[in-house]
Design a protein around this ligand. Structure first.
Ligand code: AP5
Length: 217
């Protein structure tokens, strides 16, 4: 299975990607997580990416395309993968298409999670994440334990630097201008499946399951 999860910031790509990864036994690859880890480790990539991320802007295409080419060359991607947060621009989508054609990898589907802007802001400002393993929580719908420690790995639970309202609104603007056009790109290729992303995490998961049954048939 080779899937792309498309959707505005905070639409649930990471949440649903984690479940899809265990369901299909393939990696969920989040360019945002890779960049945040690079920032945490203070690598050259992290230094370059941080100022874009803090402003809610996209990291330049050439940086991201190189990073994803490297990640998709790893052996765990041979059987399939779920891409969360990539591609985000038409040049990124073209580079991915070229890479997948070169390797003879068909794309199964692009799931577009549809969530209105006001709910996006609510979800994002209330999100908390484990600094170590990336487990996602939400103060309103899935609160972290009161001791502030991740129940999975014991890591510290924090708020992402870009999860304040001003930056979330900037990320939404960037999404609408640069990423939303990818819906048309994949619709033309017959790959786009729109999924209503409003409702409980389980309800959205069931809609995704139903959509993917059609793909597998
Ligand atoms: P990235 O980390 O990819 O951020 P994003 O796309 O903005 O997406 P998020 O991680 O914010 O949200 P999500 O959709 O995964 O939602 P989640 O499941 O956590 O990118 C960060 C930055 O890195 C970018 O701004 C950019 O600078 C850079 N970058 C990354 N990729 C790039 C690329 N390809 N090109 C250029 N730059 C790139 O859910 C959100 C919250 O809602 C959680 O608290 C969750 O618990 C809750 N929730 C989830 N589902 C539900 C539900 N159904 N009901 C209620 N609450 C829910």
């Amino acid at each position: 299975m080779r899937l792309i999860l498309l959707g505005p910031p905070g639409s649930g790509k990471g949440t649903q990607g984690a479940w899809l990864s265990s369901r299909y036994g393939i990696p969920a690859i989040s360019t945002g997580d890779i960049l945040r880890e690079a920032v945490r480790q203070g690598t050259e990539l992290g230094k370059k990416a941080k100022r874009y991320m803090d402003a809610g802007e996209l990291v330049p295409d050439e940086v991201i395309i190189g990073l994803i080419e490297e990640r998709l060359s790893e052996p765990d991607c041979a059987k399939g993968f779920i891409l969360d947060g990539f591609p985000r621009t038409v040049p990124q989508a073209e580079a991915l298409e070229e890479l997948m054609n070169r390797r003879g990898w068909p794309l199964d589907a692009v799931l577009s999670l549809e969530v209105p802007d006001d709910e996006i802001v609510q979800r994002s400002v209330n999100r908390r994440v484990c600094e170590k393993c990336g487990r996602v929580f939400n103060l309103l719908t899935d609160p972290p334990p009161p001791d502030g420690k991740c129940p999975v790995c014991g890591g510290r639970i924090i708020q992402r630097d870009d999860d304040n309202e001003e930056t979330v609104r900037a990320r939404l603007r960037v999404y609408n201008e640069q990423t939303a056009p990818l819906k048309e790109y994949y619709e033309k290729r017959g790959k786009l499946i729109r999924v209503d992303g409003v409702g409980s995490i389980e309800e959205v998961r069931s809609r995704i399951e139903a959509a993917l049954k059609q793909v597998a048939e």
